[in-house]
Write a protein that binds this ligand. Sequence first.
Ligand SMILES: Cc1ncc(COP(=O)(O)O)c(C=O)c1O
Length: 360
Amino acid sequence: MSRENPKLRAELDGIPTYKPGRPPAAAEGVPAFKLSSNENPYPPLPGVLEAAVAAATKINRYPDLACAELTAELAERFGVPAAHVATGTGSVGVAQQLVQATAGPGDEVVYAWRSFEAYPIITQISGARAVQIPLDAEERHDLDAMAEAITDRTRLVFVCNPNNPTGTAVRRAELERFLDRVPGDVLVVLDEAYREFNTDPDVPDGVQVYRDRPNVAVLRTFSKAYGLAGLRIGFAFAHEPVAEALRKTAVPFGVSQLAQDAAVASLRAEPALLERVMGLVAERSRVVSELTAQGWTVPETQANFVWLRLGERTMDFAAVCERAGATVRPFAGEGVRITVGESEANDLLLRTAAQYRKDL
Ligand SMILES: Cc1ncc(COP(=O)(O)O)c(C=O)c1O
């Protein structure tokens, strides 16, 4: 019997592992809140659970490979051709398909850094080289530097708007200027996972931006505002050649019928969605203004989280929060990303942050 290990692709060596937000360590008598994964604190929207339960009675059957009902619903809701819609296993699944469709060994994928931690992983899996462009001093995308980093090997550029983990957003004029500089054969992916939380009219809606730009795709998700993170469903809008490539690179039957039906029901519950989003946005304003009043530097955020650049204090602050009953997402040596949760969780976080400053 051979004792040799199978040969694995060299590209897999050193791939950073995705660190999921930690669940709260529930100590006795202490409420525990998870503010580490940018999830929605609320239960599913009205009608969603019923749709999922009905779909669950048919789990002996494969799901609809084409996600036809959801595709039609998305096309109608966003006013795009159905042929431009592609669905996948979370927007991270769709992002991976986009990289697979465009980049391989010898190619380059450009993105800001720090940004969504899946970008380096999916880039490295493809065999392409990651070109990471540091955020500017205000924790924002440096779009000029990103445009300058594009070479004839660049195949894809991610623009994370608003950016995870800093929450900062790219504005319309700077995005248009950037897109005008990007060669037409380079795909620009506007990752708008947190779009629903945006309140600034100057932040462009990718759905409008992509329409007359064949090299732009928009990524959206049901995981954040819609609260379906556990069902793994996201989508992209892209012109036909790219949307077609997404159909080719999809894992067959990857999106479950539960996810499809729950997503359709979520889209039909828009008034309730808007109400919840408005509630979270109001909580975000409260968290930002109270943290600022306590003396913290908080970059403007258009997402459902805030960023504190704490440098060497990052892990200490995260540990203090965890002991108090709230897990946050630390990036060692850099900063802490804190999800805006239910008001009780935000209260706890604000109390903990205030105490932390007093103890400094
Ligand atoms: C910027 C960004 N894009 C995409 C995703 C992926 O979300 P999902 O795969 O759940 O749709 C996330 C999740 O944290 C994110 O922060």
